[in-house]
Design a protein around this ligand. Structure first.
Ligand code: OVP
Length: 396
């Protein structure tokens, strides 16, 4: 069998603005489709996406996890030593980073992050109306994450524009990419500088990567690039993860009431938010050899787009997949990926959402949408530009 060809560009602005409207067509066309306008394969069903993510020997990452094949064209920046590598290199860098991004390290910051969240949410409740992106989605990660890494204070406003460029660069060189790149120069220069040892504060996760280099676990050059991964992957993902979760609750007031009545559902609610609206919508792999997926032959050297967010709403995997239901058992979603590359920072992302929801449950009676949210179109992220909301104070 060969893959069904679709005349669908998943990086067209109309698609990126409303991806969920197109996912059903992608899933129903077949287990593997040919996306004719961009000349690559695509998979949008949970079983096939998960299987491809598990099989890193066939679906390789070292040729880039964007549309560009690093074997055909020069990467736009030196490849990530985590995301854009295969074993054995990947396993060495990932093990090193796993020792830094640990549960123990997060336990040390949890109480402080809770205090920051409590204070931020109390102020937002007092204010009433605010922007769920700027005043919460961006404000919270920026209040905790750069300090965790040990970044100096000056220039942190470059973090989000840098990430925008990084996540756009996984897609084609379309107008979305060009707009993101147009003013990214200063952000790229700032990030490059911020990753250097002499710019990092002692005790932070950035300096800990250099200390691993001192122990011979990697070179100083590799350390610099591993610190870059923290800054690339750790900000815009959580910014929009939080904003998307607030948006989900604003659209589903009954689900917020349910969580308030059953706070024990907190962890499930977070996973459900990640399943229902995955910030990272897609990643590519490249076939290192010919392979067969559900009876369809894929040639070697092909780019394959994995629709993580579509897999997370596959009715073959979840009942009422399009419903946001905080009581649902959502584990098994691929919002953080799956397999050897599964999100290194997932515990950080979860902790940020946890402390925020813990702060909100006793204080926020209702979350009300006060205007049309505006999307920020990105080739990879499901992102919001603004989310006008109101937190009505709890009196109970
Ligand atoms: C979502 C990710 C995203 C962007 C960059 C990197 C990782 C990196 O390692 O540089 S994972």
């Amino acid at each position: 069998m060969s893959a069904v060809s679709l005349d669908l560009d998943p990086f067209a602005e109309e698609f990126l603005a409303a991806p969920y409207a197109h996912h059903e067509a992608l899933r129903e066309a077949g287990p593997v489709v040919l996306l004719a306008p961009i000349g690559c394969y695509g998979m949008a069903r949970h079983a096939e996406v998960q299987a491809a993510l598990r099989d890193w020997q066939t679906f390789v990452s070292s040729r880039g996890v964007g549309l560009a094949d690093f074997q055909q064209e020069e990467p736009w920046r030196p490849p990530s030593l985590l995301l854009e590598t295969d074993p054995p290199l990947h396993d060495r860098t990932r093990s090193l980073m796993n020792r830094i991004v640990s549960l123990g390290a997060l336990r040390e910051v949890a109480a402080r992050w809770q205090a920051v969240a409590d204070d931020m949410i109390a102020r937002l409740v007092a204010r009433g109306r605010f922007d769920g992106v700027e005043d919460l989605g961006a404000a919270f990660p920026l209040a905790v994450f750069p300090d965790l890494i040990g970044l100096r204070s000056a220039g942190r406003e470059h973090l989000i524009p840098y990430a925008t460029a990084v996540f756009n660069a996984f897609g084609p060189r379309n107008a979305v990419f060009e707009r993101g790149m147009a003013d990214a120069g200063p952000a790229m220069a700032w990030v490059a500088e911020a990753c250097r040892r002499d710019q990092l504060l002692p005790g932070g996760w950035g300096m800990q990567v250099y200390e691993a280099a001192d122990r011979g676990e990697c070179t100083a050059g590799e350390a610099e690039r591993l610190v870059r991964s923290f800054l690339s992957a750790g900000v815009d993902t959580t910014v929009n993860g939080i904003a998307n979760l607030i948006h989900a609750f604003a659209m589903h007031p009954g689900q917020w009431q349910r969580l308030r009545q059953e706070p024990a559902l907190l962890k499930r609610a977070i996973e459900e938010g990640l399943r229902w609206d995955s910030t990272v919508q897609t990643f590519f792999r490249t076939t290192g050899r010919e392979t067969c997926v559900a009876g369809v032959t894929l040639p070697a050297n092909a780019k394959v787009l994995l629709f993580l967010a579509a897999a997370n709403r596959d009715p073959r995997r979840w009942e009422n997949a399009d419903q946001f239901d905080v009581g649902r058992q959502s584990s098994g979603h691929v919002g953080f990926g799956f397999g050897i590359h599964q999100c290194l920072g997932q515990m950080v992302a979860r902790l940020e959402m946890e402390v925020l929801l813990r702060a909100m449950i006793p204080r926020v009676n209702s979350i009300n949408l006060m205007g049309e949210p505006r999307r920020r179109i990105n080739n990879t992220l499901h992102a919001l530009a603004s989310l006008p909301v109101e937190f009505r104070a709890a009196t109970d």
